[in-house]
Design a protein around this ligand. Structure first.
Ligand SMILES: *Cc1c(COP(=O)(O)O)cnc(C)c1O
Length: 351
């Protein structure tokens, strides 16, 4: 058998193996657990798993539309926003087309593009921040998609409303601009982009969000996209009929009404970040101020080795080698106890 040429450099995703009893701060999951309202709803939904899920995710879409002030026609729900990234590439990327993203960012943008025989061009970050100038420079007639992660995984940095707006004004109309706001819920910056305003202004903008982070539902796999109706209709063509399962739809819908959990998640995160910043300052460790639920820090040595040593002492972090940042790690902000354990082990390991 001969596989397709575009797959030649690709290897299957290898999930990390976790030792029992080790605190996992490597995947930006919600350390408060899942939304309790979601859990309750999921338990009820289990009785109906003999029936295929609603392929249109009608109730979830209506709830989202209500809450966010869009029409259901502006929404698409995916098996995680990861799935939406591949559906977007399936819709817009043909052999030889280009997508643009940054050098140090989420790997799914590259995966999705290569899967559909596209090429990825990567612009350098500027002091850990997505750099609109560098991205605009790479645009040419083959550019179909720009993937823009805001706040950026793994650096936690963000581009503000004004800068994003001026950038979008310079993006050609036939290039889809995918704004990944997986961590937008955690941002407390006053100038964090108002993506709703931008959507009204730019017909080629698509926003991606997820239930995996602030709602604590990573295992359910639910994410959604917001765009003009025409864009959504084009992408819907590539979607499998039953891509989002029933417990996922019902759990996500219930989570949207769990304001208390949402508030607690945000507040634990900002308290945790304040503590971690103080401790990292004390240890004279350089980091990027973060608008997300993780912090990216410079360890000045091979991060994979550091990962190993820290895991043996009871905590996992994300070494950023695969993100092109060999001597940096990313740590999820957890509870007070989690953060203290992380600092203790980090200090001990770097000593
Ligand atoms: C976690 C994450 C997502 C969410 O992925 P899901 O498939 O919805 O779990 C999307 N984008 C980025 C940058 C992420 O880090």
């Amino acid at each position: 058998m001969r596989k397709k040429e575009n797959l030649s450099g690709m290897i299957p995703y290898k999930p990390g193996v976790l030792k029992e009893g080790v605190l996992k701060l490597s995947s930006n999951e919600n350390r408060l657990g899942p939304s309790p309202k979601a859990i309750e709803a999921i338990l009820h939904s289990i009785n109906n798993v003999n029936i295929y899920p609603d392929g249109s995710c009608r109730i979830l879409k209506e709830t989202l539309a209500d809450k966010l002030g869009y029409k259901t026609e502006n929404l698409i729900v995916g098996n995680g926003s990861d799935e939406l990234m591949t559906l977007i590439a399936a819709t817009y990327i043909s052999d030889g087309d280009n997508a643009i993203t940054a050098e140090n960012t989420f790997s799914e943008y590259t995966f999705a593009t290569i899967l559909y025989s596209g090429k990825v061009q990567k612009a350098p970050l500027k002091e850990g921040i997505f750099d609109p100038e560098e991205i605009l420079k790479l645009i040419n007639e083959k550019t179909r998609i720009i993937y823009f992660c805001n706040p950026n995984n793994p650096t936690g940095t963000y581009v503000n409303h004004t800068d994003l707006d001026s950038m979008l004004a310079k993006v050609p109309e036939n290039t889809l601009f995918v704004l990944d706001e997986a961590y937008g819920d955690y941002s407390d910056a006053l100038d964090y982009p108002d993506s709703k305003k931008l959507l009204r202004k730019y017909p080629n903008l698509m926003i991606l969000r997820t239930f995996s982070k602030i709602y604590g539902l990573a295992a359910l796999r639910v994410g959604y996209g917001i765009a003009r109706e025409e864009v959504i209709n084009d992408i819907l063509v590539t979607k499998q009929p039953f891509n989002v399962n029933t417990p996922a739809q019902i759990g996500a819908t219930a989570a949207l009404s769990d304001d208390d959990f949402y508030r607690k998640s945000r507040s634990m995160n900002s308290t945790g970040k304040r503590f971690l910043y103080e401790e990292l300052d004390r240890l004279e460790i350089k980091y990027y101020p973060s608008q997300a639920n993780f912090i990216c820090l410079y360890v000045g040595r091979d991060s994979k080795e550091l990962f190993q040593e820290m895991m043996e002492q009871g905590v996992t972090i994300r070494p950023l080698t695969s993100f092109g940042l060999d001597q940096w790690i990313r740590v999820t902000v957890g509870s007070e106890q989690d953060n203290k354990l992380f600092i203790r082990i980090l200090e001990n390991t770097l000593k």
